[in-house]
Design a binder for this molecule. Structure first.
Ligand code: PGA
Length: 261
C-alpha cells in the first residue's frame, strides 16, 4: 500500500504577515520546476494572523502545490470562548489541515488527551483533516515507557472516530527531546515507534492503519530527510525550525520526493 508522503511546515509563533507572504512565495518558487503529481502533499502552517495572507499568496499563484494548515483550533462551533478560533473560521481562511496536540500546547497550554479528541472530532466533522501529535519526554524514554505512553495518547485521541475518518487523518510522532534541539531521533527507532503507532491504529480501526499517514517530527533537516523517508512506516515529516527558510523546507520536500519517486 503506497501512501502519499506529507511534508508539513509548522511555523510556530514566527513571522509577521509580510514574512509569511514572502516565505509562502519562496516555497512556491522553490517548487516551481516540479510537477504537482510528483510532489508530496506539502503543507504550511502559519500563525492565525497570517493565514488569510498566506492563503491569498497561494491562491494568487494558483499552482496548487502547497496546502494551508493551522496550528490549533477550538472544538466548540461558536460562542463565548475569548481568544479561540473555530474549525469553520479556519476553513474560511483556506485551511485544510489543523495541527492538534503538539507537545508545546500540551505543556504550556494544558491541552489534554480529551481536548485533543474533541478537537479531532470537530476538525473532521467540519471537513478538515487533523495532524495529531504525540511523543514522549526524555524522562519517559529513559524510564522505558515510550511505547505505552504513545499508544495511550493515540487511543485517547482517536477514540470514537469513524474508520473512514481515521484513514484520512494524519499522526505526527514527535519525541519531545528531539524538538528544536538538533537531536534527531535515530531513523530506525523513529520507524519502530511509528510502526507501533500504526499497529495501535490497526487494533482500533483495522485496515485504516494502512491509509493513515504517520509523520516523524523533531529536528528534521535537509540532511536527515532521505534516511527518514527510506524507512517502511515513516510517511513524511512535520518540520519546525527548518520550515522557516524556504530553501531548507524546499530541500526537505524534494529530498522526500527523491526517495519515494
Ligand atoms: P523542530 O520542530 O523541527 O524545530 O524540531 C518540530 C515541531 O515541533 O513540529
Amino acid at each position: 500500500m503506497s501512501r502519499r508522503p506529507i511534508i508539513a511546515g509548522n511555523w510556530k509563533m514566527h513571522n509577521l504577515m509580510q514574512d509569511a507572504i514572502d516565505l509562502t512565495n519562496g516555497v512556491m518558487a522553490g517548487l516551481k520546476e516540479y510537477n504537482k503529481e510528483d510532489l508530496p502533499t506539502v503543507i504550511i502552517a502559519p500563525t492565525f494572523t497570517s493565514l488569510y495572507a498566506a492563503n491569498k499568496a497561494l491562491t494568487d499563484c494558483g499552482c496548487g502545490k502547497v496546502r494551508l494548515g493551522a496550528q490549533n483550533c477550538y472544538f466548540e462551533p461558536k460562542g463565548a470562548f475569548t481568544g479561540e478560533v473555530t474549525v469553520e473560521m479556519l476553513k474560511d481562511t483556506g485551511c485544510e489541515y489543523v495541527i492538534i496536540g503538539h507537545s508545546e500546547r500540551r505543556q504550556y497550554f494544558s491541552e489534554t488527551d480529551e481536548m485533543i479528541n474533541k478537537k479531532a472530532k470537530a476538525i473532521l466533522a467540519g471537513g478538515l483533516l487533523p495532524i495529531i501529535c504525540c511523543g514522549e519526554t526524555l524522562e519517559q524514554r529513559e524510564a522505558g515507557v515510550t511505547d505505552s505512553h504513545i499508544a495511550s495518547q493515540i487511543r485517547k485521541a482517536l477514540d470514537g472516530l469513524s474508520t473512514e475518518d481515521v484513514a484520512k487523518s494524519v499522526i505526527a510522532y514527535e519525541p519531545i527531546w528531539a524538538i528544536g534541539t538538533g537531536k534527531t531521533c535515530d531513523a530506525d527507532e523513529a520507524n519502530r515507534v511509528i510502526a507501533m503507532i500504526r499497529n495501535t491504529v490497526r487494533e482500533m480501526f483495522g485496515s485504516a492503519a494502512d491509509q493513515i499517514r504517520i509523520l516523524y517530527g523533531g529536528s528534521v533537516k535537509p540532511e536527515t530527510i532521505e534516511e527518514q523517508m527510506s524507512k517502511s512506516d515513516i510517511d513524511g515529516a512535520l518540520v519546525g525550525g527548518a520550515s522557516l527558510k524556504a530553501d531548507s523546507f524546499v530541500k526537505i520536500v524534494t529530498g522526500a520526493m527523491a526517495v519515494r519517486a
